[in-house]
Design a protein around this ligand. Structure first.
Ligand code: BMA
Length: 341
């Protein structure tokens, strides 16, 4: 009998899945043995696909993928899949237009997230707005992609929507940053009644007391609504003498006031250990951008970018990951406060 439940009871019987290997100990998240699921050079003129997001769509899957072109500039490509594992990509990057239907392509676009709120799908990415900032576009049919106002001035990255309004407002996590590789960073939450005007900014959580997330953190997959609160998979970064190391962490936020962290796991949930995570364009990166979940079984599939070169899949179960986060929860005063000064 499951102790924790998803609030959204939609079943996803064809969720990508592999059972937990026996030799995992008590680690609650395990990697797909067939990783990486997307190889290099997946589309003409695209060298690598990584840091990408997917959703269930019409009984299958659809996703927005960070495709780094052969000239080094990233754009977003649409992909479709029957099983969430094998993907077919459109050859052309997603064509964004403004509200009047005129071309409105960003100068670059990376680390997209994809979140359905009511009957609309939102793509949120890092865009060039006189510096790295958050871009947003909406679609209802994955044919027309309409950009809406950039929510914040530069510099900001790693934004992701909550999948429903809270207190009547759209809610967005983001991570203010600098123009470079940002040796700092906390997660904030902001609200908007109309996706144009943003405010009620609150601090959610800062870099962790544990070494694996001691440099900076950033939002990852869209928070999942559960009976314990919003389950958040995020990335945490350590600075080593040989560069940054990106791991995946887990936290649970208050359902009505998500700036309040209820539980925060002191251990990483997943860290680079495999060749496709340790070797690539940027070694030692595990960067979560999306999850799928099946309400009937409690299964969760996590999509993450690996070494800025590949897409990996990892799995967990709701009961197991929530129990692990609670058991290893260490909270700071900053985590539990409302987050305004
Ligand atoms: C961050 C972002 C990510 C990338 C990570 C590791 O700053 O640019 O796209 O995966 O660095 O290189």
């Amino acid at each position: 009998m499951s102790q924790v439940s998803f609030i959204d009871k939609t079943p996803l019987p064809n969720i990508p899945w592999q059972e937990k290997p026996e030799k995992m100990g008590d680690a609650p998240v395990w990697k797909y043995t067939e990783n990486p699921i997307i190889d290099r050079n997946p589309v003409k003129n695209v060298a690598r696909i990584f840091n990408s997001a997917v959703v269930p769509y019409e009984g299958k899957y659809i996703g927005v993928f960070r495709g780094e072109q052969c000239n080094g500039v990233s754009f977003i490509y649409l992909g479709r899949s029957e099983d969430g594992i094998h993907w077919n990509f459109e050859e052309e990057k997603i064509h964004f237009v403004d509200e009047n239907g005129n071309d409105f392509m960003p100068g670059y676009a990376y680390d997209p997230r994809l979140v359905k709120i009511e009957d609309t799908y939102y793509i949120i990415w890092c865009t060039d707005f006189y510096g790295a900032a958050i871009g947003i576009a909406k679609t209802q049919d994955f044919k027309t992609f309409i950009r809406i106002d950039n929510p914040f001035i530069p510099f900001n990255r790693n934004a992701v929507f909550f999948p429903r309004k809270i207190g009547g407002n759209y809610v967005l996590l983001s991570r203010p940053s600098d123009s470079g590789h940002t040796p700092f960073g906390d997660i904030f939450v902001s609200e908007s009644p109309d996706l144009v005007y943003w405010g009620k900014h609150r601090h959610v959580m800062g870099r962790g007391s544990e070494w694996w997330e001691s440099l900076k953190i950033g939002g990852g997959a869209a928070p999942i609504e559960t009976s314990e609160g919003w389950l958040l998979f995020y990335h945490g970064v350590a600075g080593t003498c040989n560069g940054y190391v990106y791991s995946i962490g887990g936290a649970i936020l208050d359902i009505d006031q998500p700036s309040i962290v209820k539980y925060r796991c002191e251990n990483f949930l997943l860290t680079p250990t495999e060749w496709y995570e340790e070797r690539g364009f940027v070694p030692n990166v595990c960067f979560p951008c999306a999850t799928l979940q099946d309400a009937d079984t409690g299964r969760i599939a996590i999509y993450y970018g690996a070494a800025d070169s590949y897409v990996g899949l990892a799995f967990t179960k709701l009961d197991e990951v929530v129990a692990y986060i609670k058991e290893h929860s260490v909270l700071t005063a900053q985590d539990t406060e409302i987050g305004i000064k």
